[in-house]
Design a protein around this ligand. Structure first.
Ligand code: PMP
Length: 395
C-alpha cells in the first residue's frame, strides 16, 4: 500500500503482541499481562445492576447520552476527585474510553508533528502507542526510586525547543512500580509553569496503594491549570467496562470533549449507567480496600521468591502499590532474545522485555514483571525456573 497517511508509519504492531498471545495457553506462566486479577471483579453486584437496568423498561440505559459522559457518572467521579484533593464539579470531568483514550485525545489536542513529548525513562508503552500517530519527537528523563529526576527534566526543558507535554505516571508507574516523591511533584508543577508546558498526569493505579502514605496528585498542586489528570475504573472495578476520566481546565476539557465526539460520540451508556449505579449503591472504597491484601501478598511472594532464586547482579523495584516490578539484568543480557530462546521454550515463562518502554534510546536488559492474578504455586514455580535459567545464562 502506498496510499497510507504518513502517520501510519508510526502505527506498527508491537513486538509484545506476539508473545502476549501465548499468555492464555496451558502450561505457560505469564508475568507479562498486567491485567487486574479477575477474581476481584465485583461480579455479583454488577450482574444485579445490569439486570435491573435492562428490565427497567424505558430503554434509557441503551439510549444516546452526552459526549462528555453520563451526567450522574460525571458527578460521582467529581465527588471522588474532590475527596482526593482535586476540588471539581461534574462539568470539569470528561468520561473517556478508559484512561487510554485520554492519552489519545490529549496528544491530538496539543501535539503537532515534530513537537516534543517528554516521558519518564522507561515509560508506559501504551502511551507511546497513543502518542505516536501525532508524530511527536520524544525526550526521556531518568528515574530513580523517587520517580522522575526533576533536575534532569529541567535540563531537558532548558535545552529543548517545542516541548508541549511532560507525561508522567506518578503513582506505581507502569512499568517500574515507582512513585514520584512529593517534593518532585511540587517541582514538576513549578517547571511546567516556568517553561509553559502541559503536565499529563496518568494515574490508573493510584488507588491500589497497599503500603505507605498516599501522596497528593500533581493536579492537586496545580495553580495555573496546566495539569491534566487521567484516571480509570479499570483497576478499581473492571477494565472491560472501558471507563476512565479526564480532569482538566474548562477550555481544555471542552476541546477534549469535541475530539471525543469525533472519535466515538460517547462511551457506552449501559456501562456508564452501571458504573454510576455501582458507585451509588455500593461502597467502592471498601471494595478497593478488599482487593489490596491480595495484591500485597502477590507482590511479596514474587519479590521474596526472586530474592531466593535469582542470581547476583540482578535488581528489581519494590512497588508500594499497583501491579508491577521492573527487573534490571546485567547489561549484556538481551531480555527479548533470552525470553525467545530460553525462557519460553525451557520454562514456559513470559515477561515483558523492557526495550519497548523507552521512548528513545531503548535498553534491552530489563523486564517488566507483573504479579497480578498469578496463583501462588505457579508464581513460585515460574520465578524459580526463571532463576535457574538465569543462573545458567550468567554463569
Ligand atoms: N495508563 C497506564 C499507566 C496504564 O498502565 C494503563 C493500562 N494498563 C492505562 C493508562 C490505560 O488503561 P485503561 O484504558 O484500561 O484505563
Amino acid at each position: 500500500m502506498t496510499s497510507f497517511a504518513r502517520r501510519a508509519e508510526r502505527v506498527q504492531p508491537s513486538a509484545i503482541r506476539e508473545f502476549l498471545a501465548l499468555a492464555g495457553t496451558p502450561g505457560i506462566t505469564s508475568f507479562a499481562g498486567g491485567y487486574p486479577d479477575a477474581s476481584l471483579f465485583p461480579m455479583d453486584e454488577l450482574r444485579g445492576i445490569y439486570d435491573a437496568l435492562l428490565t427497567a423498561g424505558d430503554g434509557s440505559a441503551l439510549q444516546y447520552t452526552a459526549s462528555e459522559g453520563l451526567p450522574a457518572l460525571r458527578a460521582l467521579v467529581a465527588e471522588r476527585l474532590t475527596a482526593d484533593g482535586m476540588p471539581c464539579t461534574a462539568d470539569d470531568v470528561l468520561i473517556t474510553q478508559g484512561g487510554q483514550q485520554g492519552l489519545d485525545l490529549v496528544a491530538k489536542l496539543f501535539v503537532d508533528a515534530g513537537d516534543v513529548i517528554v516521558t519518564e525513562r522507561p515509560t508506559f508503552l501504551g502511551a507511546l502507542i497513543a502518542f505516536n500517530p501525532c508524530e511527536p519527537q520524544y525526550r526521556s528523563v531518568p528515574m530513580d526510586d523517587g520517580g522522575m529526576d526533576v533536575d534532569a527534566l529541567e535540563e531537558v526543558l532548558r535545552t529543548t525547543e517545542r516541548v508541549k507535554i511532560v507525561y508522567t505516571v506518578p503513582d506505581f508507574q507502569n512499568p517500574t512500580g515507582r512513585t514520584m516523591s512529593l517534593a518532585r511533584r511540587r517541582r514538576l508543577v513549578e517547571l511546567a509553569e516556568e517553561y509553559d508546558v502541559v503536565v499529563l498526569e496518568d494515574s490508573p493505579y493510584r488507588e491500589l496503594r497497599y503500603e505507605g502514605e498516599r501522596l497528593p496528585t500533581i493536579k492537586s498542586l496545580d495553580t495555573t491549570g496546566r495539569v491534566i489528570h487521567l484516571g480509570s475504573f479499570s483497576k478499581i472495578l473492571a477494565p472491560g467496562l472501558r471507563l476512565g476520566w479526564a480532569l482538566a481546565e474548562p477550555e481544555v476539557r471542552e476541546k477534549l470533549a469535541l475530539l471525543k465526539l469525533a472519535a466515538d460520540t460517547q462511551n457506552g451508556t449501559l456501562n456508564m449507567r452501571a458504573a454510576a449505579a455501582y458507585l451509588a449503591q455500593f461502597d467502592v472504597e471498601a471494595h478497593i480496600a478488599g482487593m489490596l491484601p491480595t495484591y500485597r501478598h502477590q507482590r511479596d511472594l514474587m519479590l521474596e521468591t526472586m530474592a531466593q532464586h535469582f542470581p547476583a547482579g540482578i535488581t528489581w523495584t519494590r512497588a508500594e502499590g499497583g501491579l508491577f516490578t521492573w527487573v534490571t539484568f546485567p547489561e549484556g543480557l538481551d531480555l527479548a532474545a533470552f525470553q525467545r530462546d530460553v525462557l519460553i521454550p525451557r520454562a514456559g515463562v513470559i515477561v515483558v522485555p523492557g526495550a519497548p518502554f523507552f521512548s528513545e534510546a531503548p535498553e534491552a536488559h530489563h523486564a517488566r514483571m507483573s504479579y497480578s492474578g498469578v496463583p501462588d504455586e505457579r508464581m513460585v514455580a515460574g520465578v524459580r525456573a526463571m532463576g535457574a535459567l538465569l543462573t545458567e545464562a550468567l554463569a
